[in-house]
Design a protein around this ligand. Structure first.
Ligand code: 5GP
Ligand code: MN
Length: 379
């Protein structure tokens, strides 16, 4: 079955599905069968509403997210975890890698398995799962070494995500909406739209608020819609305590991190006024000297945007296996496309990431050369 991907075709397909339950189930079964072939298969992501009825029978569920999960990745995974447990499913969250310490207070985090530390167990869990939810990423390579297991999984894969350019052929059901503030908002919508709003409890509220807060820059980015504020109001109604969440995420670091930030601002920052661009670069030795751990560098790039007139901010950090870029922009400079074209990455319009195999100095030089062609767009 060769399927062409286009919006019109999707719409027609959904229309046909609505007209005929028989056609729908036949196609769905066909999809399940062919999904056992790795990659290249052109599965057909169906609207998530069509998945809701599967919530009615107890299932073995895996929830996973992108490597080095951030507040939204972990918040949405754990928010969904608490919801599915409440419905009576057997649920396991698998993170492809470790995560920042500042997430360790989250309700349910003690049951999350780090794939890198428990490969065999994860393999077994995935092999016996009925459904895998993929949250806050949309291309399997964002799950690093977990990718082949997800790719070869024979069960139903469900996507909930807000990044650009989803690999829809890898998912049976899903929702991909770049207008959404966060995956946490989308998990909230999933709970409400599937008719289970009454199950919302303080654990779900706490986890979902976390990603909502971190992905909206504490409710300041343009993605902070009226629906986001309405969602917060509804979470408050089920008992959400928001102040401890802010404290746990933003005011819970060790002294060394603040000294490291001071060092980087003083010694590893350049402002390229001609391009309204500011960059930071961090060497392996800097990380070692200040004993910097996963998560300690998160948010650093945002300091650059506090400089008057800056439209593009970038930081590159020397990780073990690669140089990891973070890009942020203000206004109409599209860092998703920029990261895709030049740094093997992607993300959102105003916040994206990328990578390089080159050394820090070489990749910084490449960045400086690359932005020359964007000079007019950066004015
Ligand atoms: P951060 O700079 O905070 O790591 O990431 C910014 C945004 O871009 C996040 O939504 C993140 O998921 C996404 N992102 C980061 N790195 C990559 C990457 O290498 N590829 C893609 N497609 N997205 C990325
Ligand atoms: Mn997100």
């Amino acid at each position: 079955m060769k399927l062409v991907r286009s919006n019109n075709f999707h719409n027609l397909f959904y229309f046909l599905i609505e007209q005929s339950q028989i056609l729908y189930s036949a196609v769905a079964q066909n999809i399940c069968t062919i999904s056992s072939f790795p990659l290249h298969l052109h599965t057909f992501m169906q609207a998530i509403d069509l998945f809701f009825k599967q919530l009615n029978q107890p299932k073995k569920v895996i929830i996973t997210t992108h490597q080095k999960p951030d507040g939204d990745a972990m918040g949405s995974s754990l928010g969904l975890y608490h919801f599915l447990v409440e419905l009576g499913h057997s649920v396991q969250v698998i993170s492809p890698t470790n995560w920042a310490n500042f997430l360790d207070w989250m309700p349910g985090i003690e049951q999350v398995i780090d794939y890198e530390m428990n490969k065999e167990k994860c393999k077994q869990l995935i092999a016996s799962a009925d459904v895998i939810f993929c949250l806050d990423f949309n291309t399997l390579h964002r799950t690093k070494n977990l990718e082949p297991l997800l790719e070869n999984a024979t069960c139903t894969r469900v996507l909930i995500d807000h990044h650009q350019q989803p690999q829809t052929e890898m998912f049976h059901f899903g929702v991909s909406n770049t207008k959404k503030s966060s995956t946490c908002e989308m998990v909230y919508d999933f709970i409400v739209d599937s008719g289970h709003q009454s199950t919302l409890n303080i654990n779900m509220a706490t986890c979902l608020y976390t990603g909502l807060m971190t992905d909206t820059g504490s409710f300041r980015f343009p993605s902070t819609t009226a629906s986001v504020h309405r969602m917060v109001a509804n979470l408050k109604d089920v008992g959400l305590l928001h102040t401890p969440i802010h404290d746990n995420i933003y005011d819970n670091f060790l002294e060394n991190r603040l000294r490291f930030i001071g060092f980087v601002l003083n010694n590893r920052m350049e402002v390229l006024y001609q391009y309204n661009t500011a960059i930071m670069y961090v060497y392996k030795n800097d990380l070692l000297k200040f004993n910097i751990k996963t998560g300690d560098t998160e948010g650093l790039v945002n300091y650059l945007l506090t400089i008057q007139g800056i439209k593009l901010a970038a930081i590159v950090i020397d990780r073990d296996e690669e140089r990891k870029w973070s890009f942020r922009s203000k206004g109409n400079f599209d860092v998703n496309t920029f990261a895709r074209l030049h740094f093997e990455g992607g993300g959102h319009f105003n916040a994206a990431g990328g990578r390089s195999d080159e050394g820090v100095d070489a990749t910084v030089q490449k960045f400086k050369k690359t932005i020359q062609q964007y000079e007019s767009q950066l004015q």
